[in-house]
Write a new protein. Structure first.
Length: 202
C-alpha cells in the first residue's frame, strides 16, 4: 500500500514538472482583435455630455478643427487628445460655482469617433483616407485598404506621424506576418495607427 502511495506521488510530481516548461513558453498572441489603447478625442468627433438632473446641460457637440468645443456655463473646452474621463473632471470643476452643493454627475462619451482618420498611399489595392470608427493597427489598416498589391515592398512600409512641428517616421515590416510567421512577434512590431497618420506602402 505504501509503495503504491509513493508511486502515485512521484507520478504527480513528474506531471507537474513536465507542464511547467510549456507554461513558461506561453506568449501573448498578436492578432487583429488585440485591444487598442484608450480612445482619445480627436477634432471632428461627436461627443455627448450629460449633467444628470439638468436637461439644459445635456447635449451632443462636435469637436472643432482646433480641438475645442463650447459648453454652457463653462465656455470653450480643449478636448483634443483628452480622455472622456478627463473632460468629465474639467466640466465638473468649471460647473462648481453654479451649484450650492455638489455638482451632479457629469458623463462624457464619444458618440461618433468621426475624427479618427488615417490615410494610406502607395501600392495597396484601394488607397485613400479611412474613418474606421475604432483603433486599428498597421496590419488592419493595410487590410482596410484592400491589402498590398503584387509588387508592394511590405518590409519597407512607413508610418508618417506628426508630432508637434516634427514629422516622425515609423518603419513597419509585415512580410513575415503576411506569410503566417508570427513567431517572436510582439505588439510593437505592428503598431497602432494614430489619427492623422499616413501609411506609405512603396
Amino acid at each position: 500500500m505504501r509503495k503504491a502511495f509513493i508511486a502515485l506521488i512521484v507520478a504527480i510530481v513528474f506531471q507537474v514538472l513536465s507542464v511547467q516548461p510549456a507554461a513558461a513558453q506561453v506568449r501573448r498572441p498578436v492578432t487583429a482583435t488585440t485591444a487598442g489603447p484608450a480612445y482619445r478625442i480627436n477634432p471632428g468627433d461627436d461627443i455627448e455630455v450629460m449633467v444628470w438632473g439638468d436637461d439644459r446641460l445635456q447635449r451632443t457637440v462636435r469637436v472643432l478643427p482646433d480641438g475645442t468645443f463650447a459648453f454652457p456655463l463653462v465656455g470653450q473646452i480643449v478636448a483634443a487628445g483628452q480622455l472622456p474621463s478627463d473632460l468629465e473632471r474639467v466640466i465638473s470643476a468649471a460647473l462648481q460655482p453654479q451649484y450650492r452643493g455638489a455638482v451632479p454627475q457629469v458623463t462624457v462619451s464619444v458618440k461618433n469617433p468621426n475624427g479618427y482618420q488615417f490615410s494610406i498611399v502607395g501600392k495597396v489595392k484601394s488607397p485613400g483616407t479611412f474613418t474606421p470608427g475604432r483603433y486599428v493597427n498597421a496590419l488592419e489598416a493595410i487590410s482596410i485598404a484592400g491589402g498590398p498589391t503584387e509588387f508592394a515592398s511590405i518590409n519597407n512600409i512607413s508610418i508618417l506621424r506628426k508630432s508637434g512641428q516634427q514629422l516622425q517616421t515609423i518603419r513597419v515590416r509585415l512580410s513575415g506576418v503576411l506569410k503566417g510567421d508570427t513567431q517572436g512577434l510582439s505588439e510593437a512590431d505592428i503598431p497602432f495607427i494614430q489619427s492623422g497618420d499616413t501609411l506609405v506602402v512603396p
